[in-house]
Ligand binder design. Structure first.
Ligand code: ATP
Length: 313
């Protein structure tokens, strides 16, 4: 069956430190530490695996932290084919304290250069033809040019492999402005507003902007995720509002990544567009119902899938 290559350019080990109270300028001792392979692309990877879609994780990784990440993927029986570098991948620390506060300390990660960029483009070029779809998620490590995603989309296109791009800022803009477009993007409302430099007032306005703004021309799928409000989708020249049931979200972090996994799964299973949308929303919802980021309970799939409703807009 068809397989997906996921790209995480700056993966991390995400460390969570639960503390009753965070004491400043003194020692805090923590017992229940959890350390998981993180980065948006790795969330996509885990969820694709849970959806039973053949998937391989790629990107750039290094050092003992990189080794920790690949060990975790091995434990989860997830294939990986990262380019290795001689620098350490990063740790990202979230301190959960004082009844719901979350203080984060995020390392920037390795600093790369144009040789690394060319090496990675070669690495990607050598692997991409073995897959039916690529997902690219998240931001770039320091030192790589913001145009690298655009270049990767070009490389994939030469092998006829479509790309789902879930990024923001300049990297997203450059990819959309390039002659060779991503097959699909999954911005949220903030990212859309940032792209066009204008506020979005309502769905009519969103539809109007997606239909007329130059930057969205030539992109077959634009899936604008709207959190608890579902999604608004431009598919070729048609528009859809995807309505989702009201639920009690436990932890919405990683829902966007889970949505990307659902979209990718629908595409490689050659589902019809409406089913791709429904699957994506269902997977996003299932992620919000779990404590763990980028994780779903597939046994609840059918219940929620049936409650997702698509309206032509
Ligand atoms: P993140 O950056 O946290 O991954 P995002 O902004 O990219 O999120 P969202 O639009 O928040 O993505 O969420 C993606 C999808 O997940 C939504 O379209 C929806 O299907 C589901 N979802 C997210 N939050 C909720 C919620 N509170 N209730 C129900 N579904 C939700």
């Amino acid at each position: 069956s068809k397989s997906v290559l996921t790209i995480t350019m700056n993966p991390s080990v995400d460390i969570s430190y639960p503390l009753e109270h965070l004491n400043i300028n003194t020692v805090n001792r923590v017992k229940d530490v959890s350390k998981t392979a993180g980065g948006k692309g790795l969330n996509v990877t885990r969820v694709l695996k849970q959806l039973n879609v053949p998937v391989t994780a790629s990107g750039i990784i290094g050092g003992t932290i990189g080794q920790y990440i690949t060990n975790q993927l091995d434990e989860n029986d997830i294939d990986h084919a990262f380019m290795k570098i001689n620098q350490e991948s990063r740790n990202c620390i979230a301190i959960l304290h004082d009844n719901g506060d979350q203080t984060e300390i995020l390392e920037a990660g390795p600093v790369l250069n144009s040789d690394d960029e060319n090496d990675f483009l070669d690495h990607f070029g050598a692997q991409v033809s073995g897959f039916d779809l690529v997902t690219i998620s998240g931001s770039l490590p320091q030192g790589l040019s913001a145009g690298i995603y655009s270049k990767m989309i070009g490389v994939a296109a030469r092998h006829n492999v479509p790309v789902i791009l879930d990024s923001s800022n300049v990297a997203l803009r450059l990819a959309l402005e390039s002659d060779i477009k991503p097959f699909m993007i999954k911005p949220n409302q903030d990212e859309i507003a940032q792209l066009i430099g204008q506020k979005i007032t309502d769905l009519d306005d969103l539809k109007d902007k997606l239909a007329t703004e130059e930057i969205f021309k030539g992109i077959p799928w634009v899936v604008v995720s709207l959190g608890s409000q579902g999604a608004f989708v431009k598919y070729q020249q048609s528009f859809f509002k995807v309505n989702i049931p009201k639920i009690h979200a436990i932890n919405p972090v990683g829902s966007g990544d889970s949505t990307v996994a659902g979209l990718a799964a629908g595409l490689v299973k050659d589902e019809k567009p409406e089913d791709v949308m429904k699957r994506a929303m269902t997977v996003g919802i299932l992620n919000t119902l779990q404590e763990k980021t980028g994780n779903i309970d597939i046994s609840q799939y059918k219940d929620y899938f049936e409650k997702v409703d698509i309206v032509k807009y």
